[in-house]
Ligand binder design. Structure first.
Ligand SMILES: [Zn+2]
Length: 394
């Protein structure tokens, strides 16, 4: 199935701006944000209901702003949109019980540019200012070059930021390209668990050391909390940051390895279990705390994997997780006592194997199409340690 979908990225580039152009840009910042504030005034002064209707705000403010300031029509509209959205955000926040007050734009809040107000090239851009258009080259590294040179990406919009402390301008360029999902290929099943964070149907065990490291963090934190001193509190704060970075980094690595494994086995699909379901089930977790900790991590891992897989044209699906740990991946027999901790032994056929690996195969099998489609394409087999297996034989 070809699902039209886009891969979106934001590339941050520093601009090489000379002194003259710098003044023009700073003037543009001041006027842009001034007009944002003017639109907010118009939308906010209405007694009772706040107005964030873009058309109405346009009617009300466009002429005045255009007459008073030197902004181009496009930037006036962009400022109006930005202000309207800021008001909308506050009003929506209120209905969700959030406290928020009238939006206010700082002199140097960022400017939104679109295709008409900015031209984005591979190595430079041109931007509308209050005094004509300026051209600025990028100061970039390999990462930015790689994306800007990829002709499949198209420019969508960008935000110009002025970093006052450094006195530098940065452009955050949003680009996108269509994802071409693979038509043919196999399915990689992935089981998420406590001991090994991820186990694949191809027999790869990932993230075994994470539990140990997490426990280590937990013990140290507990010790520090007991102390209650100021320096202990500071260390605790540092530790929280370190733990977050450790976890993110680890999950990124695991997701990268999952996608590599899928590519290696010529897969078009990576199948996970649906987290909404396992959250309600205790069989995987020893305690509520573990469940909370890990469902958070699992969600991130699935998202990271989905994003990285997209880049390779591999889709991520989620299947029902019910009985995946109690069912024999060889004969299909389901019985609770088939599983004993980390071991799986089928009461029916005697198949004996690591329990997470058995579950990974079941998850993968569930993502296989139930019948052969009529389009003549191969819709995949389950990727296993040694080659593939037909769903009927699995
Ligand atoms: Zn069996």
């Amino acid at each position: 199935m070809n699902v039209p979908n886009y891969l979106k990225k934001t590339v941050k580039v520093k601009l090489d701006v000379d002194e003259d152009d710098k003044d023009k840009l700073l003037g543009t910042f001041r006027q842009f944000n001034r007009s944002c504030n003017k639109v907010v005034e118009a939308g906010w002064n209405k007694s009772g209901d706040k107005n964030y209707n873009k058309m109405e705000l346009h009617e009300e403010t466009y002429r005045d702003i255009k007459d008073e300031l030197d902004l181009t029509a496009n930037l006036v509209c962009s400022a109006r949109n930005r202000a309207a959205e800021a008001i909308k955000k506050v009003v929506q926040g209120w209905s969700n019980g959030k406290k928020a007050s009238k939006p206010q734009f700082d002199k140097y809040s960022s400017i939104l540019y679109d295709k008409r107000s900015a031209t984005i090239k591979d190595r430079y851009c041109t931007l509308s200012t209050v005094d004509g258009r300026i051209e600025a080259e990028y100061v970039i590294g390999e990462y930015q070059k790689k994306h800007l040179d990829d002709k499949n990406y198209e420019f969508r919009s960008c935000t110009l930021n002025y970093e006052r402390d450094k006195d530098e301008f940065y452009l955050h360029i949003t680009i996108r390209k269509p994802v071409l999902y693979r038509n043919e290929g196999n399915v990689l099943g992935v089981d998420l668990g406590m001991k090994n964070i991820a186990v694949t149907s191809t027999g790869k065990f990932l993230g075994e050391d994470m539990r140990w490291q997490k426990n280590h963090f937990f013990r140290v934190k507990k010790g520090l909390q007991g102390k209650g001193t100021q320096s202990a509190m500071r260390t605790l704060k540092d530790m929280a940051g370190r733990e977050n970075r450790y976890t993110e980094n680890k999950l990124h690595n695991i997701s990268r390895e999952l996608v590599e494994e899928a590519e290696k086995h010529n897969c078009k699909t990576i199948a996970f279990e649906d987290l909404k379901e396992i959250r309600d089930k205790d069989e995987k977790f020893n305690s509520r705390l573990e469940r909370q900790l890990h469902s958070w991590g699992f969600e991130k891992l699935q998202k990271f994997t989905e994003y990285k897989a997209k880049e390779k044209g591999v889709e991520v699906v989620r299947v029902k997780s019910e009985y995946t740990s109690q069912t024999c991946s060889k004969c299909g027999h389901t019985e609770k006592s088939n599983r004993n901790g980390s071991q799986f032994k089928c009461k029916e056929c005697g198949y004996e194997v690591n329990a997470d690996y058995n579950a990974a195969k079941n998850i993968g099998t569930r993502a296989l199409p139930s019948d052969k489609s009529s389009d003549g394409l191969s819709h995949g087999q389950l990727a296993l340690k040694s080659g593939t297996l037909n769903p009927t034989a699995a």
